[in-house]
Design a protein around this ligand. Structure first.
Ligand code: SF4
Length: 212
């Protein structure tokens, strides 16, 4: 399908506008994601990776969502192209007042783009907080290990990375109690029996840990 056909499909299946207005709406969507108007007649293979991600974003925006789930949106792109797509996403968030759920493994990117961060381990959220508070003072042992393991750009940074030991358990058969107890460096006996729930701490962060 051409870009125009893909956008037309989204607009007509969801009855987003009268049929006569579809071409105008397609042009507006392409403009929104900074693609040229002649993209409408082209096929996906005629675009670069970053442009293809923008086509995907335009199709998602065609249905005028309030929430956009961006799952590993830029992980397959070069760093320079990642920056373009991320900056576009930030502009769109501001312009359209969108809530974006940005799912990623790149911590620097997460810090750059997010207002709030949720850290997941084995399919469960273990910590939630405002971005800077969470990066400055992580409270959950898994978040702490995750941040220590991230490469530092500061050559004077001599912190030792504390690597987690043990295999990642299967999410199909997760450990009892706290799912992190088989790898947690500060686990105590109750951790394998009682499942911690997310609890609000004085800093405002929500943490699921008996000892946090
Ligand atoms: S509940 Fe126990 S095992 Fe889980 S993160 Fe906290 S200290 Fe570690």
């Amino acid at each position: 399908m051409t870009v125009g056909q893909m956008l037309r499909e989204a607009l007509s299946v969801h009855s987003m506008c009268p049929t006569a207005d579809i071409p105008t709406r397609i042009n507006a969507l392409l403009e929104l994601v900074r693609l040229p108007a002649d993209a409408v007649d082209k096929l996906p293979h005629e675009f670069s990776g970053g442009q293809r991600q923008r086509i995907g974003i335009s199709r998602a925006l065609a249905v005028e969502p309030q929430v956009l789930v961006a799952d590993e949106l830029v992980s397959a792109l070069d760093v320079s192209v990642q920056a373009q797509v991320v900056n576009l996403l930030l502009d769109l968030q501001e312009k359209l007042k969108l809530t974006v759920l940005f799912v990623a493994h790149d911590l620097r990117l997460v810090r750059h783009i997010s207002h709030r961060v949720a850290v997941m381990y084995l399919g469960e959220v273990v910590e939630v907080g405002k971005t800077e508070a969470l990066f400055q003072q992580p409270l959950h042992p898994y978040t702490q290990a995750l941040l220590r393991a991230a490469p530092s750009m500061d050559p004077t940074d001599r912190r030792r990375s504390v690597s987690l030991t043990g295999e990642l358990p299967s999410p199909l058969s997760p450990p009892s109690g706290c799912r992190f107890h088989t790898r947690c460096p500060i686990a105590v006996p109750m951790c394998s029996q009682q499942r911690p729930v997310l609890t609000c701490k004085p800093s405002g962060q929500l943490v699921a840990c008996h000892l946090a």
